[in-house]
Ligand binder design. Structure first.
Ligand SMILES: [Mg+2]
Length: 258
């Protein structure tokens, strides 16, 4: 209708990447699903009638940057490396959390060297690309859980006097600086945007995404989400991963989140 102002309930959707936009396993992207998210963002930027989708992820900055480019988010910043970095696709600016000191970065290097010395011979590797945290991987997740996880925790976790929160994901051990998480990253990302919480929506699939859920008015999960994060969801899609995200976005565009 001529003269009608575009209506949108939300300004921004903050989505986790692994298990949401991309498969949890190291399998190909669902290009059709992602193309749907891209079309959603293109229309959001062109017409302003729906929120723009950005990401909040434990993935290193290059992966998050690539995902923003793929999804056509050239407007809003995103959170990478579980909050250590805020990346601005519009200006290509990278902001490391200012509370991360040279001593913290040295602790990351020390943990990395320790893990290599202790477990490299057993086939444990470190995910490349992270600069203010350490992520360990082994193809046998049971070995990682049983042998490596308790050993790392016993030395580096805050419970042992270390500077890290050592946690287990589906396939990895994440060693994040204990004072940095998706929540602190989101606070840094959101502060300059001055968006009302009531105008924010979020999508996540694992317990760490509770930091997204706490900062948005509407939180949703794909079908594959962990039971403990579903408890925070206003809506759980019957579809998994990228198809689930697309389903959630379609509800947001239709005003079905009300
Ligand atoms: Mg995830």
């Amino acid at each position: 209708m001529p003269g009608t102002l575009p209506l949108r309930q939300f300004d921004l959707v903050i989505s986790d990447i692994d298990g949401c936009l991309s498969p949890e396993a190291s399998t190909p992207f669902d290009l059709e699903g992602l193309a749907g998210v891209r079309a959603f963002n293109d229309r959001a930027i062109e017409r302003g009638d729906r929120p723009i989708v950005t990401v909040c992820s434990g993935r290193p900055q290059p992966f998050a940057e690539a995902m923003c480019r793929l999804l056509g988010n050239s407007v809003h910043p995103c959170v990478c490396e579980n909050g250590a970095w805020v990346y601005h696709p519009g200006t290509n600016r990278y902001d490391l959390d200012p509370s991360i000191t040279p001593a913290h970065l040295e602790a990351c290097r020390a943990l990395s060297a320790w893990a290599r010395e202790r477990f490299a011979a057993n086939g444990v590797t470190e995910q490349p690309g992270k600069s203010a945290s350490v992520t360990l991987y082994h193809p046998d997740t049971a070995f990682l859980t049983r042998e490596v996880f308790p050993a790392v925790r016993a030395v580096f976790d805050v419970s042992a006097g270390g500077p890290f929160a050592v946690t287990m994901t589906w396939h990895y051990i994440n060693c994040d600086l204990a004072h940095v998480n998706k929540g602190t990253g989101l606070d840094r990302m959101l502060a300059p945007l001055r968006l009302d919480r009531r105008r924010l929506a979020g999508i996540g699939d694992t317990p760490g995404d509770v930091h997204i859920a706490r900062r948005v008015a509407f939180f949703a999960c794909p079908a594959n989400a962990h039971p403990s994060i579903r408890e925070h969801a206003h809506y759980v899609s019957p579809h998994a991963e990228a198809r689930g995200v697309l389903d959630i976005l379609e509800r947001l565009a239709d005003g079905g989140a009300a």
